[in-house]
Design a protein around this ligand. Structure first.
Ligand SMILES: *[C@@H]1O[C@H](CO)[C@@H](O)[C@H](O)[C@H]1NC(C)=O
Length: 298
């Protein structure tokens, strides 16, 4: 709390700090994160230092107060083994000592009997199919960074962040990368935000070194979506919308990796993945905020 208050005071002291500044090049404790969250947090997925010191905290309901410890992951894997904690500059909304986390997948990332997928997806602990995450106006924040030692094979289709309808029949919003099955390979290096019908709302090239910061405002009352984006420590800017999108159907958020197979018409249950799979996606600044009265932290 104390550190956040100081950062907030500094930010309100003048506009100089709002200007883009170079990212710190060291991996020391010096925080590179600069942004403050100004709207009420509904779900907080930011990772405090004590979870990094003892990742087994992610494994049980008794100790994991951030994410659902049991879902959605390989049956025989624990989150303490799936998650890695990269050192290096924190993302901009991890000011106050929060840490990045990397979701990884391997040959063992098979959830239930879904042999076609390799997946590891975090769900906010407090999220529920009919909970506050699917009412009113909410903004989901997430920053992503690439790990050169666990790069994604973009010949495959990846689902990275999405809101899945309560009946599992569709995702109201989906943030993806790689070659989408049945679509052109030309944008396989892009992150893409799609609506539930697969219509592209925004697309931007994956950056292999910088943090890429996204925020998606979901207006459940008007069925509209607005997308914000920046890189590094730059403030978010609106890049798409508000645009109409059917957000009905409740459900939950998921953040991580769902890797679809190639060579299959039944992607849930069968298909091809290379062996000795070792891929990861780094996340930072995960939270859902209340955007009533147009409040969005930029
Ligand atoms: C990437 O995926 C494609 C399609 O499954 C596969 O042919 C290729 O071997 C994979 N690349 C690596 C480096 O494993």
């Amino acid at each position: 709390m104390h550190r956040q208050t100081i950062v907030a005071a500094l930010l309100s002291a003048g506009t100089a700090l709002a200007a883009p500044r170079p990212q710190a090049s060291t991996t020391s404790a010096a925080p590179g994160a600069t942004a403050t969250i100004k709207c009420p947090i509904v779900f907080d997925g930011r990772v405090p230092e004590d979870y990094v010191a003892d990742p087994t905290k992610f494994d049980t309901y008794a100790t994991n107060k951030i994410f659902n410890p049991d879902y959605v992951k390989g049956n025989d894997l624990k989150w303490s083994k799936i998650l890695k904690f990269p050192t290096g500059d924190p993302s901009r909304f991890d000011a106050g000592g929060y840490r990045s986390l990397e979701v990884t997948i391997s040959d063992k990332s098979i959830f239930q009997k879904q042999n076609g997928f390799r997946r590891a997806g975090l769900q906010f602990l407090q999220d529920a199919a009919d909970g506050p995450g699917m009412k009113g106006v909410k903004t989901l924040h997430f920053s992503v960074k690439q790990d050169a030692t666990r790069s994604l094979n973009l010949t495959h289709e990846f689902l990275n962040v999405w809101h899945e309808a309560a009946d599992y029949s569709s995702n109201q919003i989906q943030f993806q990368t790689g070659q989408l099955i049945g679509k052109s390979a030309s944008d396989k290096n892009n992150f893409k935000v799609l609506d539930r019908n697969g219509k592209s709302l925004y697309s931007v090239a994956m950056d292999n070194t910088k943090w890429q910061n996204f925020a998606i405002t979901l207006n459940y009352e008007k069925n509209q979506v607005q997308i914000y984006y920046s890189t590094g420590n730059d403030a978010l800017k609106s890049v798409a919308g508000p645009t109409s999108a059917d957000l009905s159907g409740g459900g939950q958020f998921q953040l991580g990796i769902l890797r679809k197979p190639t060579g299959s018409s039944d992607v849930v249950n069968s298909g091809y993945h290379q062996k000795n799979l070792n891929e990861g996606q780094v996340y930072g600044g995960l939270f859902l905020e209340d955007s009533a009265n147009n409040c969005v932290s930029l």
